[in-house]
Design a binder for this molecule. Structure first.
Ligand SMILES: *[C@@H]1O[C@H](CO)[C@@H](O)[C@H](O)[C@H]1NC(C)=O
Ligand SMILES: *[C@@H]1O[C@H](CO)[C@@H](O)[C@H](O)[C@H]1NC(C)=O
Length: 189
């Protein structure tokens, strides 16, 4: 069997290396190259040190302030980020741009008041992927706040954009305080 022959060859190289301590630098390089050829032939891939090949992409943003009577399909801009590895989320535009092809997960949360609503949807290049219904319209005054969250896991291509916007014109009121009540986060799997 081919793989068995390679293994025997590999073992003979090991014996060869461990048996000699007086190799010249050139011999060491030759042996290294031989090992590399064998390992590559076995299907191993060369990797980089320090986790260079695993680039983390993830952000955690929040919205500071209150939002009143947003327009139809207006972007909800989560204007501050406590984490933005890969710099894919923009706190000025509220948009996340995929830096690489892959599968991404996003979550968002908003809070509104009794008698008010703040209904939003997450869109991928303007196509709605999921909605959330933060609706306090059936509640009486002083009945407390309403808060809701949703999550999507979607396939994205490099350059695709994801953001949160109002569902129709139901962006009546969002109470976000310093950001603790309105959150948008995401990461690449
Ligand atoms: C965010 O978007 C704005 C407007 O397009 C742009 O001027 C700015 O450079 C972007 N910021 C980052 C960090 O990419
Ligand atoms: C909105 O979020 C709440 C709380 O997570 C959830 O129960 C509800 O199903 C969501 N609504 C929509 C329309 O996604």
């Amino acid at each position: 069997m081919k793989s068995f022959r390679v293994l025997v060859l590999l073992l003979s190289f090991v014996t060869d290396v461990s048996g000699t301590v007086n190799d010249t630098p050139q011999q060491v390089v030759t042996k290294y190259n031989n090992y590399k050829t064998i390992c590559t032939g076995l299907g191993y891939k060369a990797t980089h040190c320090n986790g260079e090949q695993t680039k983390v992409i993830g952000f955690q943003s929040s919205l500071k302030g209150d939002l009143v009577n947003l327009k139809t399909r207006e972007t909800v801009i989560f204007n501050q980020a406590s984490l933005n590895r890969g710099s894919a989320y923009n706190t000025t535009t509220g948009k996340f741009t995929a830096p690489a092809d892959g599968v991404y997960s996003f979550s968002w949360t908003t809070m509104s008041d009794a008698e008010k609503c703040f209904i939003t949807e997450i869109v991928l290049n303007s196509s709605p992927m999921a909605c959330n219904f933060t609706d306090g319209r059936g509640r009486t005054k002083n009945a407390g706040n309403v808060m809701s969250s949703s999550n999507v896991i979607i396939e994205m291509r490099t350059g695709d954009k994801v953001w949160i916007r109002t569902h129709h014109n139901y962006g009546q009121f969002a109470r976000c305080g310093d950001g603790q009540w309105c959150i948008f986060s995401g990461f690449k799997l």
